[in-house]
Design a protein around this ligand. Structure first.
Ligand code: ATP
Length: 235
């Protein structure tokens, strides 16, 4: 469904992504493991049309994304939930969610369906719909950020470090929600530093270091891999 080949991104004279190959198949959760500055967010921003490749190809369901504008990419079925959530803190939870459904603004039925499915997934948000998003706990804000991306009804959800700053129990609840989203057929690309938890819900994974893919495999293989254990899990 998604195929990235030979992707290189340069900021000035520095290669931030070098010759990256990555695929996502129907129904998959794929995790991208890497430390700070490895290039995960840059890869996501390429997929969202916010950063342009210097070379390489990116296709989604047969269409070239590399030159597609960001709004069109959302229409085609890719939505990004950014690192740090990036909510509109002063706006209500409900308005934050509705903004995510902007591409479907002409289809009130679709908007209502999406909204109801997000509340079913995150029931804790129901009592908070009128509250400013910035007043919620970290875990609830993460729910809003994921819900906002889901309002676009994506086929592929890009989740950039959803566990950042969350307590372990809340992290687990967040990743359980991601697994539930995947069970409805949505593909997920999940960037995480919390490798053990991410690999538990992923089908496959890639390890990125200094902008290069240095390892790939099934989630089970990566969990057993000595280098992954040393770098991310603790041997
Ligand atoms: P983090 O988890 O810390 O966000 P990351 O794996 O998502 O890490 P990126 O944010 O993609 O990594 O950054 C990759 C590299 O590119 C880093 O060295 C970063 O400093 C650099 N970088 C990111 N954005 C820019 C930019 N706009 N201009 C120049 N360099 C940048």
């Amino acid at each position: 469904m998604l195929e990235i080949r030979g992707l290189t991104v340069r900021y000035g004279s520095a290669d931030v992504l070098s010759n990256v190959d990555l695929t996502i198949g129907t129904g998959e959760v794929v995790t991208l493991l890497g430390s700070n500055g490895a290039g995960k967010t840059t890869l996501f921003c390429v997929l969202s049309g916010l950063v342009r490749p210097s070379s390489g190809t990116v296709t989604f369901m047969g269409e070239d994304l590399a030159r597609m504008r960001a709004g069109r990419i959302v229409e085609r079925g890719i939505a990004q939930c950014p690192e740090g959530r990036k909510l509109f803190a002063q706006l209500s939870v409900e308005k934050n969610l509705m903004l995510g459904g902007y591409v479907h603004r002409g289809d009130r039925r679709a908007m209502k369906q999406s909204f109801e499915s997000i509340i079913a997934l995150f029931p804790a948000l129901e009592a908070k719909l009128g509250a400013p998003a910035g007043s919620l706990s970290g875990g609830q804000q993460q729910m809003v950020a994921i819900g906002r991306a889901l309002m676009a009804r994506p086929k592929l959800l890009l989740l950039d470090e959803p566990s950042l700053g969350l307590a372990p129990l809340v992290l687990q609840q967040t990743l359980d929600a991601v697994a539930a989203i995947n069970r409805t057929g949505t593909m997920v690309l999940l960037a995480e530093q919390n490798a053990y938890a991410a690999l538990a819900i992923a089908h496959r994974g890639y390890v990125i270091s200094d902008g290069r893919i240095v390892l790939e495999g099934t989630a089970a293989d990566l969990r057993e891999n000595d280098d992954v254990r040393r770098a991310f899990i603790g041997a």
